[in-house]
Design a protein around this ligand. Structure first.
Ligand code: GDP
Ligand code: GDP
Length: 486
C-alpha cells in the first residue's frame, strides 16, 4: 500500500502544474483552456524525503446527467475513494467561486482527509483569495505557487503530517520512506525540490541514453513493468482498445471527439507480468493542428514514444500505413523502441489479403532496416485477438531485452568474416576482431575494428542483417558500433 494523494479542484486552478512539479516530468497537459485535464493520471511524486503516489483528476464539475462533466466527476469520486489525502486546489487570484464551495461541501462529507491549497499565490494579487479560502471550512489553506515553485515547504509539512498519521494508524511503516525527515529552510525548499525534480528527470533520461557508447561495458538490466504506448491517428480505435484491455472505464470514451488527449499511465498485469500502459492521443497531421490543445497533444504523443519500451501503432484496416503512420513507425525505430503494428477493425475489413499485402509492402519499402516487424490484426470493438496482440508485445519485449553471450557472438563474427571478408579500400584490409553486446534495450553491439572510418555502411548493414537472422531478433531496432582497435 502506497500513500496516495489526489489533486482535485475546478478546471484551470493549476492542478496539472502542481502534478508536474511533484512528479518532475511533464506527464500532464497544461493549458489556459478550461477542462484540458480530462482524465485522471497518476505518478510517483517526490517532495524532499516524502515519496507518494499522486493522482491528478479532471476538474470537479457540477454534474449534468450523462455529460462529460458528470463522467469527469465520477472519475474524481473514484480517485478520492482511492486516496489517503485529497488536496483541493483553488485559484487565489480568482478567489473562491461558487463551484469551489459546492465541492468543498461535497468533500467535507467524505471520510478522506482534505488539505486546501490556495494556488497562484505568488505576488500580492493572491492575498485576498488566500484569506477567502478559510471560508471553505477546510482548515488553514496552504499558500502555494505551482508555477513558481513556492510553498513546497508548507505543502511538505501537511503531507508529512498525514503520512505519519497514516503510518501510525495502519502500522505498516515499511512502505513509507524510512529516511529521517530533514526539513530545509523555506527559501531552500523550492530549490531543493527543483534539484530533486531535475535529478529525477535526468535519471529517467539515463535509461535511454542517446546513441552514445562508452567501451565494452554492461548496462545492467532491471526489469520493471513493460511500458507500452498505444499510438495512432484519431479514430483508429485506440480508446476502444484500451478500454477493452483494462476492462475498466478509467478512460472516458464517448462521442466527444479527441477525448484521450494526453499521456496517461495505467498499470496492470497480463498473464502475471506487469504491464504499464501509456495512452497517447492520436498524432495528427501538423497542418491540421488547429488549436493549441491539439498541438500539445501531438508533442505529448512523441514524448510518450520516448517513455515507452514497446509501441503498438494502431491502424485502421481501412487505410493502413499512410505517410503519417510511417513517420510514427520510423520515429519509434529511431528512438530504439520495439514496434508492433496493430491493424484494427479487422471485423469490418473486406479484402483482408489485400490489406495484409499492403502492410507488408509498405514496411518492406519504408522500413527495410528492420526486418520482421510483427503485424497483428484485431478487433478492438469485439475484443478479438487482443491476447495475441499482448503476447506479441511481450515476445518482442523479450527480443528487445535479449542478451547474447560474447563467445557465441565472436564465433559468428569469425565465421562470417571467413565467408564474406570486409572490403580492402586502397589495398588495406579492414580487420574486425571482437564483438560483444554492449547494451540491451535495444540490442546494441560493439565491434573492434582496425579502421572504423573506412568500413562502408553497406558492410555494417550486412553484418546487422546477418546478426538479426542468425540470432533470431526480428522486428527490433539493432545498433552496431565500430570501435577503434587493432
Ligand atoms: P488545471 O486545469 O487545474 O489542471 O490547471 P493547469 O495546471 O492546467 O493550469 C491552468 C493555468 O494556470 C495554466 O496557464 C498555468 O500556467 C497557470 N498556473 C498554474 N499554476 C500557477 C501559479 O502558481 N501561478 C500562476 N500565475 N499561474 C499558474
Ligand atoms: P481513437 O480516436 O483512436 O481513440 O478511436 P476510438 O476508440 O474513439 O474509435 C473510433 C471509432 O471506431 C469508434 O466509433 C469505435 O466504435 C470504432 N471502432 C473501434 N474499434 C473498432 C473495431 O475493432 N471494429 C469496428 N468496426 N469499429 C471500431
Amino acid at each position: 500500500m502506497t500513500f496516495t494523494v489526489a489533486i482535485v479542484g475546478r478546471p484551470n486552478v493549476g492542478k496539472s502544474t502542481l502534478f508536474n512539479r511533484l512528479v518532475g516530468k511533464r506527464l500532464a497537459l497544461v493549458d489556459d483552456q478550461p477542462g484540458v485535464t480530462r482524465d485522471r493520471r497518476e505518478g510517483d511524486a517526490y517532495l524532499f524525503d516524502c515519496r507518494f503516489r499522486i493522482i491528478d483528476t479532471a476538474g470537479l464539475e457540477e454534474a449534468f446527467d450523462g455529460s462529460l462533466e458528470a463522467r469527469m466527476r465520477r472519475q474524481t469520486e473514484r480517485a478520492v475513494e482511492e486516496s489517503d489525502l485529497v488536496i483541493m486546489v483553488i485559484d487565489a487570484r480568482v478567489g473562491v467561486m461558487p463551484i469551489d464551495e459546492h465541492f468543498a461541501k461535497y468533500l467535507r462529507r467524505g471520510k478522506t482527509p482534505i488539505a486546501l491549497m490556495a494556488n497562484k499565490c505568488e505576488g500580492k494579487v493572491g492575498e485576498e483569495g488566500l484569506m477567502e479560502a478559510y471560508s471553505l471550512g477546510l482548515g488553514e489553506p496552504i499558500p502555494f505557487s505551482a508555477e513558481h515553485g513556492l510553498g513546497s515547504s508548507d505543502l511538505y509539512d501537511v503531507i508529512k503530517e498525514h503520512m505519519t498519521r497514516a503510518v501510525e494508524e495502519k502500522a505498516s511503516s515499511d512502505v513509507f520512506e524510512k529516511s529521517e525527515p530533514i526539513k530545509p529552510a523555506p527559501a531552500m525548499a523550492a530549490k531543493a525540490a527543483e534539484a530533486k525534480a531535475a535529478e529525477e528527470s535526468d535519471s529517467e533520461d539515463d535509461e535511454y541514453p542517446e546513441d552514445e557508447f562508452e567501451g565494452f561495458e554492461d548496462d545492467g538490466e532491471g526489469r520493471g513493468p513493460l511500458q507500452l504506448a498505444i499510438v495512432g491517428r484519431p479514430n483508429v480505435g485506440k480508446s476502444t482498445l484500451i478500454n477493452k484491455l483494462i476492462d475498466e472505464d478509467r478512460l472516458l470514451t464517448g462521442p466527444e471527439a479527441g477525448i484521450t488527449r494526453d499521456a496517461i499511465a495505467i498499470e496492470w498485469e497480463y498473464r502475471g507480468k506487469p504491464l504499464k500502459l501509456v495512452d497517447t492521443a492520436g498524432l495528427r497531421r501538423r497542418s491540421k493542428i488547429e488549436d493549441k490543445v491539439e498541438k500539445l497533444s501531438a508533442s505529448d504523443t512523441i514524448r510518450a514514444l520516448k517513455y515507452a519500451q514497446v509501441v503498438a501503432l494502431v491502424l485502421d484496416a481501412d487505410g493502413v500505413l499512410e505517410k503519417q503512420d510511417l513517420t510514427i513507425a520510423r520515429t519509434v525505430i529511431d528512438e530504439g523502441r520495439a514496434l508492433v503494428i496493430v491493424v484494427n477493425k479487422w471485423d469490418t475489413c473486406k479484402d483482408k489479403d489485400a490489406v495484409m499485402q499492403r502492410v507488408k509492402d509498405r514496411l518492406q519499402t519504408s522500413l527495410p532496416q528492420v526486418k520482421g516487424i510483427p503485424v497483428v490484426t484485431i478487433s478492438a470493438l469485439k475484443g478479438h485477438k487482443l491476447n495475441k496482440m499482448l503476447d506479441t508485445v511481450f515476445d518482442i519485449y523479450d527480443v528487445w531485452n535479449i542478451r547474447l553471450p560474447t563467445a557465441g557472438l565472436n564465433r559468428w563474427l569469425a565465421e562470417l568474416i571467413e565467408r564474406h571478408p570486409p572490403p580492402a579500400p586502397g589495398g588495406r584490409r579492414i580487420k574486425l576482431k571482437y564483438i560483444t553486446q554492449a547494451r540491451t534495450r535495444p540490442p546494441t553491439f560493439a565491434i573492434s575494428c582496425s579502421l572504423p572510418e573506412d568500413l562502408p555502411a553497406s558492410y555494417t548493414r550486412f553484418l546487422e542483417n546477418n546478426l538479426r537472422e542468425t540470432f533470431d531478433m526480428p522486428g527490433v531496432p539493432l545498433r552496431m558500433h565500430m570501435k577503434k582497435g587493432d
